[in-house]
Design a protein around this ligand. Sequence first.
Ligand code: HEM
Length: 264
Amino acid sequence: MTEASPGPATAGRPAARPRSAGFARRNAGLLWTLGTAALFAGMWGFVRHSAGLGLAGLTRDLSGESPFYDPGAPAITAIMFAHMAAGAGLTLLAPVQLIGPLRRARPRLHRGLGSTMIALGLATGAGGVVYALGRGTTGGPFMDLSSTVYGLLILLAAVETFRHGRARRWPAHRRWGLRLSVLAIASWLYRMHYVIWDLIADGAGTTPDMTGPFDRFQAWGFYLTYLALLEIWLQRERRRARAPGASRGPRPTRTGAEAARPGA
Ligand code: HEM
């Protein structure tokens, strides 16, 4: 009898997983490593640019070199360049925290990096909001608003990930952690959309003051699109977990087992 063929012995039990799911589970470590390596390779240029510019603006005078550097407004300039440096760290950590096998094998490392990511998320989000509201963005009020909402969502996701983690509410902690990671990576995706759009449409609908139709779509679309896709995926996951015959609750992990232990 093949793996998937139904028979009396399997009656009433969930159907056997397809071979591809078995392959994915056996090679989860390898698949995560390859996926994360590809993501890092893609994001590296942006992370280096952001960290380099952030540190440069915090340590030397960039008058005339960067439009974000204003020696007449040292506080908001420092906040903006600290935002770039913190954002670089946040972007790097986002995929690391998603690596399931690493999280299960090294829960302490996951907690340490998670706390760092929360702090970087708060600094990046708050810095971006202060700059958007205090100085205004290149794209004007439309982009000020979309940037502010983006920053507030990062702050909310950072606080909620932390709060649910502290209370050991793992399913909610995981959902908010995923939202935080998607929002963090969206900043890189924003730049990628422009690169791809330049290649396929020669930058049509974009203007230097970022008020073209494509800029307007980008202002909201770069994070709301991915957040919406994540919500659809989470909904489907919840529906599948509620389906008759589905195994109840999350797969046991070291952290999950710790939480279930009385007195833990
Ligand atoms: C997630 C990681 C983030 C990184 C790595 C990052 C990095 C940067 C960098 C390097 C710049 C300078 C422009 C450039 O050289 O591209 C910038 C600008 C800016 N960032 Fe972020 N950022 C991040 C997240 C955020 C968030 C959450 C907000 C939310 C408010 C935000 C708001 C802004 C604003 C308003 C500007 C100025 C845009 C303009 O006026 O043209 N950023 N960011």
